[in-house]
Design a protein around this ligand. Structure first.
Ligand SMILES: [Zn+2]
Length: 602
């Protein structure tokens, strides 16, 4: 597969004649000139041709890749930096100028197939010198590999079987933060070839991770510029991005005024740069990779590219995420800050920051004090969540304030539906805010109950997130789905006479339980339960542990909340409280913009 192709081969083996006409080995010119002449991105709405101005940070990376002495390139980049552009451009260079068996590793076999079909093939077909080499036999263009006359280009998921096949010359590890334990196995597929190259492109990871060693192996670079006023070198330090903390008299953030105040301030002379596309672009044009001091393995380079360097990303958007993440941190929710650090700042997150402690301390009140349904100070909403068993129920009622603090009002085992209804009424919980778990084998009965009382159904799922639209119409990922309706099996609507429709949501049980675990650690006064809470509450709240679980489909190991021998019903009820509090705005909803890698301009 990695036959060395020469013009001799072209004359003796006619099948390679087209290939020999299309390329000139060894490649002498500037790879950027060649890419600008030949490479297009048909899937990109705005930047359909490769240009060196678009993502200027890629230019040196591409040059480094074309250097025969380079063995490994690791780019730790924010999401949305246009990394697909890099991988697709390098693919064309390999096929046309530096052939050899090549493997692109993505998170799963399916993401590999999708990338090959939707992104890579259109780029290869659109690049004339590569298109001329495309195999005419359609069986050689498979969904996970293209068998060119002179090399094979393969794509696959990060799993053990893909890590154990035959030798490759070029290895690409995409989003390697998701597969710590396989990086070494994939690199072993080079079989120590003298001409091997590994390219790792990923957002940052949770430490400890094998990527820490890969990072340290390379000569470290950061993307920096010289101040327009004082001429001194400025590193991409997030603390140089300043904003005014504008709040109204109720203590609510004024996002418009805050966004308008965002600017970059030179740490040496305090020169200010405004947050406009033109100004950010001008900084990018003046920026370059700067090497840090320190030892490195020969032929290994590491690059760090945080989001504030990517000129099409507004600093104000980053600042808003940052401010929200810090607000959430004060409530004990570390996820937004962790996401911001790993995805936007492209900085690793040390895992020990979030080790939960399961010691729980009661707040200074009695459950009996709350039985008359009285409101708590600054109450925003109160929620009742119900876990459904064969012949009984478990319920939790909690009151939430708009600053995200909450107090447990009721919890316990309930034998009948009538009793549930009585408790709901006594504690003055609105019908729609009474939520029943339908993620079980009794869901038909649950939908009928919900239809009868106007309650909401909730279904916990194994997904990490669901796609949704925010108020501005942008696609976001949330820990809960869009609202949907399901017909109740036997209950009829009084108005229409047809099946009554029940409102339901899916929710992502693992990340929501992470948030719950955080609240449990923080405890009072942020997240309260009374002195006289029943003993089973404390047992249920310690019933699940995070354990390594192997995903049946992807074969990847991940940590999931799993049951111990203890019953977990009130833990589930509290998790449902957290997700509904997010839906209704009492807790930050942890939504996250979906970054479209192809949309590399504003
Ligand atoms: Zn300056």
């Amino acid at each position: 597969m990695d036959a060395t192709v020469t013009t001799d081969a072209a004359t003796t083996r006619p099948r390679l004649a087209g290939f020999a006409r299309g390329i000139h080995l060894p490649f002498q010119g500037d790879p950027l000139d060649w890419l600008e002449e030949h490479v297009q991105f048909p899937h990109s709405a705005r930047s359909t041709r490769f240009t060196r101005q678009q993502g200027p940070w890629w230019n040196d990376v591409i040059a480094q890749f074309s250097n025969p002495r380079t063995r490994q390139i690791y780019v730790r980049a924010c999401t949305g930096a246009g990394k697909s552009t890099l991988l697709e451009a390098l693919s064309t260079l390999i096929v046309a100028h530096d052939p050899g068996p090549s493997l692109f590793v993505t998170q799963t076999d399916q993401t590999a197939v999708d990338w090959m079909e939707q992104r890579l093939l259109p780029v290869l077909h659109g690049c004339q010198p590569v298109a001329a080499l495309m195999p005419s036999n359609r069986f050689k263009v498979r969904k996970d590999a293209i068998i060119f006359p002179h090399m094979a280009l393969m794509a696959g998921g990060a799993n053990v079987s893909n890590a154990q096949e035959k030798s490759v010359k070029h290895l690409f590890l995409d989003e390697a933060w998701t597969y710590s334990n396989l990086i070494g196995q994939f690199k072993a597929r080079h079989h120590d070839r003298f001409d091997r190259k590994t390219v790792i492109v990923s957002q940052a990871h949770e430490e400890p991770h094998q990527l820490d060693d890969e990072w340290d192996a390379g000569k470290r670079h950061y993307w920096a510029f010289d101040c327009a006023a004082c001429g001194q070198l400025i590193k991409p330090d997030w603390t140089n991005y300043k904003y005014d903390e504008v709040k109204n008299e109720h203590g609510e953030w004024q996002w418009g005024a805050l966004s308008a105040s965002v600017r970059h301030v030179c740490p040496h002379c305090e020169h200010e740069t405004p947050d406009t596309t033109q100004a950010r672009r001008a900084l990018a044009d003046r920026s370059r990779w700067v090497a840090e001091d320190g030892d490195a393995m020969e032929g290994h380079v590491s690059y760090w590219l945080p989001a504030q360097c990517v000129w099409w990303i507004k600093w104000a958007d980053l600042v808003i995420s940052w401010v929200r993440a810090n607000d959430a941190k004060h409530l004990g929710l570390l996820e937004p800050l962790k996401d911001f650090k790993m995805k936007k700042l492209a900085q690793p997150w040390p895992k020990e920051l979030e080790l939960p402690s399961v010691e729980m301390e009661a707040a200074d009140y009695n459950a009996a004090d709350m039985e008359d349904g009285r409101a708590i100070t600054d109450e925003m909403i109160r929620l009742m969540t119900i876990d459904v068993q064969q012949d009984h129920y478990w319920a939790v009622i909690r009151a939430w304030t708009n600053s995200g603090t909450s107090r447990l009002l009721y919890c316990g085992r309930v034998l009948t539906l009538d009793k549930l209804r009585e408790i709901q009424t006594r504690y003055k919980v609105a019908d729609k805010k009474t939520c029943m778990d339908a993620g079980n084998s009794f869901h038909g009965v649950v939908y009928d109950r919900c239809a009868q009382y106007g309650w909401t159904a909730l279904i916990g799922r194994g997904e990490d997130w669901f796609s949704s639209k925010n108020k501005q119409g942008r696609t976001v990922r949330r820990l809960f789905s869009k609202p949907d309706y399901v017909p109740a099996p036997t209950t009829k609507s009084k108005q229409t006479g047809r099946s009554a429709m029940v409102l339901f949501f899916h929710w992502a049980s693992d990340p929501v339980k992470d948030v719950l675990a955080r609240l449990r650690t923080i405890g009072s006064p942020t997240w309260e339960f009374p002195h006289d809470v029943p003993r089973e509450y404390l047992l249920h709240l310690n019933s699940e542990r995070k354990r390594d679980v192997v995903d049946k489909i992807t074969k990847r190991t991940r940590k999931r909340w799993t049951k111990t021998h203890r019953p977990n019903h009130l833990w589930d009820c509290e998790a449902m409280q957290v997700v509904v509090a997010m839906m209704l705005g009492a807790l930050p909803d942890l939504s996250e913009d979906v970054v479209d890698e192809s949309a590399v301009t504003e």
